[in-house]
Ligand binder design. Structure first.
Ligand code: FAD
Length: 297
């Protein structure tokens, strides 16, 4: 156990958690990061919308740079996965990972989210070759004039298909047998901008150099330059909800203007908190939370 009562424990060492830690260290606050080392940054072949990197930067390299930045201020980062978070009698929190525990006056949860993975053969290879993508806000710009499939149910899937069509792509919405839940007028409106393939895909295969092949239930095979998966995210909010923190409809944690959850002293930043899932947003959240924490202590 770390006997010392930290000013802040940061759970998660992606861009959100490490930015919070850098700010807190520069405010001369004692803080420590516990990280399970599975940042979504590691899955980004190259990001092109992080300011300061006009030629883009691989997610793994950006993560390394952010880690070096935190090391510059001697922020301790421990490998581990916090399993429980409990309130302390006199205020503050205790976090545990098996036998280890940490106590802190405040906690920043920066535990991120995991993409719901599509059933695609060779998914990792497809992601690395940018044949399969998760986020048109991130890289829709790079898809202009291509044949693009968007896999996702009515609601999220149809919105994402319309968004991707906005880049001048030839879009097919793979609606996973949910087209009947969309009103006729809306289907007509969508059909003016894209094709809709409602049958459930039987097999999706990445063929580097030859795009993505989608075999439908009737045996027909459709070929695309790339596929966006719009199956959503699972937000890693359990540590907060175990303390009664409020969540939004999509599973993100509800936060106030200082990024504080509905549990006093417990803050959330990045993908786990309400808002757009982006690196710049995670860093912005973290700057707000760290400054609010510093001013509150
Ligand atoms: C393929 C892909 C491409 C993307 N492209 C872009 C892009 O171009 N531009 C952009 O802005 N965004 C992009 N994103 C999104 C971006 O990666 C995320 O928005 C960003 O990483 C969120 O940062 P975060 O700190 O909230 O979470 P993460 O970076 O996911 O970090 C969370 C960390 O918390 C750790 N953790 C979780 N639970 C625990 C626990 N209980 N105890 C300890 N540690 C824990 C995890 O292991 C992880 O290391 C992309 C994402 C993907 C998957």
């Amino acid at each position: 156990m770390t006997n010392h009562l930290l000013d802040c424990l940061v759970v998660g060492g992606g861009p959100g958690g490490l930015t919070a830690a850098v700010y807190l260290a520069r405010f001369k606050r004692s803080c420590l990061v516990v990280d399970a080392d599975d940042s979504r940054l590691k899955r980004i072949a190259k990001t092109r919308n992080v300011l300061g990197f006009p030629d883009g930067i691989a997610g793994s390299e950006l993560l390394q740079r952010v880690r070096e930045h935190a090391a510059r201020y001697q922020v301790p980062v421990e490998s581990g996965c916090v399993g429980t978070l409990a309130p302390l009698a006199g205020g503050g929190f205790e976090a545990r990972d098996g036998e280890r525990s940490w106590r802190a006056r405040t906690v920043v949860l920066a535990t991120g989210a995991l993409d719901v993975e599509p059933e695609v053969e060779d998914l990792e290879q497809g992601l690395q070759h940018a044949l399969v993508r998760y986020c048109p806000v991130c890289d829709g710009f790079e898809t202009q004039g291509r044949r693009v499939a968007v896999l996702g149910k009515a609601g999220h899937g149809q919105r994402e298909a319309a968004f991707v069509a906005g880049f001048g792509n030839e879009v097919t919405w793979l609606s996973m047998q949910t087209q009947h839940t969309v009103g006729e007028q809306e289907v007509e409106r969508l059909r003016r901008r894209m094709r809709i393939a409602d049958q459930a895909p039987r097999r999706i295969r990445c063929a580097p150099g030859d795009g993505v092949h989608v075999e439908l239930a009737d045996g027909q095979t459709l070929r695309f330059d790339l596929l966006y998966s719009a199956l959503g995210l699972r937000h890693a909010s359990e540590l907060a909800t175990s303390l009664g923190a409020g969540v939004l409809d999509d599973g993100q944690l509800a936060v106030d203007g200082h990024m504080q959850t509905t549990v006093p002293g417990l803050y959330a930043v990045g993908d786990v908190a309400g808002g757009l899932n982006q690196i710049n947003v995670a860093a912005g959240h973290a700057a707000i939370a760290a400054t609010a924490i510093h001013n509150s202590l």
